[in-house]
Design a protein around this ligand. Structure first.
Ligand code: 5RP
Length: 230
């Protein structure tokens, strides 16, 4: 395992210590929270941990089932105690960019349904100013070009910097059947304003800015683990 993978593992495993018996837990998506899910699976098997979980993506659903984690529909649980999820970037206010894995809409729904959000990250995710990581925006297929035009107008960036996500030579389709536009903004000075402006467009489902949602980041670096609280 290379050192970055070790850091992801350390953060992911530590975050699982916040999960207690009887909790309702949202399970995020990505290569860091994967280690939280594996650790929860171990605790279920070896320590008889009892928890009710909701996955934020089809990929996480599959992994959780393999780990023997009991899954529920979000609508059947009336709120969650905690969600643990990764991030692509976070700043000192714990504002996040998410959606590198394309699961941002379900991730935000589940984060908003949770009393607390714990983010797991290695130190490459910590930034002074958000925006180097392209901001994912989930858009309806029907109007994606028009939505791109509108996004260009409200952000001031050219359409060439608003890129329809392609993976393995195919347009990426989200678990909700939509496209992702990745916005190469470089700098986001006012994340709340940008989130609100983007989300006011009819063709936009949501964007990957998570403002005033995360409570804690479990950050792993070569110096060890740091818990950053809001
Ligand atoms: C998926 C996400 C992920 O949480 C984010 O991309 C971080 O993933 P990783 O831990 O693999 O770096 O937002 O939509």
């Amino acid at each position: 395992m290379n050192s970055k993978e070790e850091l992801k593992k350390a953060a992911g495993i530590h975050a699982s210590t916040y999960v207690k018996n009887g909790m309702k837990v949202g399970l995020g998506t990505g290569s860091t929270v994967k280690y939280t899910i594996l650790e929860l699976g171990r605790r279920i098997r070896e320590e008889k941990l009892e928890i009710s979980c909701v996955p934020t993506s089809i990929a996480t659903e599959k992994l959780s089932i393999e780990q023997g984690i009991k899954l529920y529909e979000l609508s059947s649980l009336e709120g969650l105690d905690l969600v643990i999820d990764g991030a692509d970037e976070f700043n000192k206010e714990l504002t996040l960019i998410k959606g590198g894995g394309g699961a941002l809409v379900r991730e935000k729904i589940i984060a908003q349904a949770s009393e607390k959000m714990i983010v797991v990250a290695d130190d490459s995710k910590k930034v002074d100013t958000l925006g180097k990581f392209p901001l994912p925006v989930e858009v309806i297929q029907f109007s994606w070009k028009e939505t791109r035009r509108q996004i260009s107008k409200i952000t001031g960036i050219s359409e060439s910097k608003i890129i329809k996500r392609i993976t393995n030579d195919k347009t990426f389709i989200t678990d909700n059947g939509n496209y992702i536009l990745d916005l190469h903004l470089e700098k986001i000075e006012e994340p709340e304003k940008l989130e609100s402006n983007l989300n006011s467009l009819a063709g936009v489902l949501d964007c990957g800015l998570f403002c005033n949602i995360a409570n804690k980041v479990v950050l792993a670096s070569l110096n060890g683990l740091e818990i950053i609280e809001n």
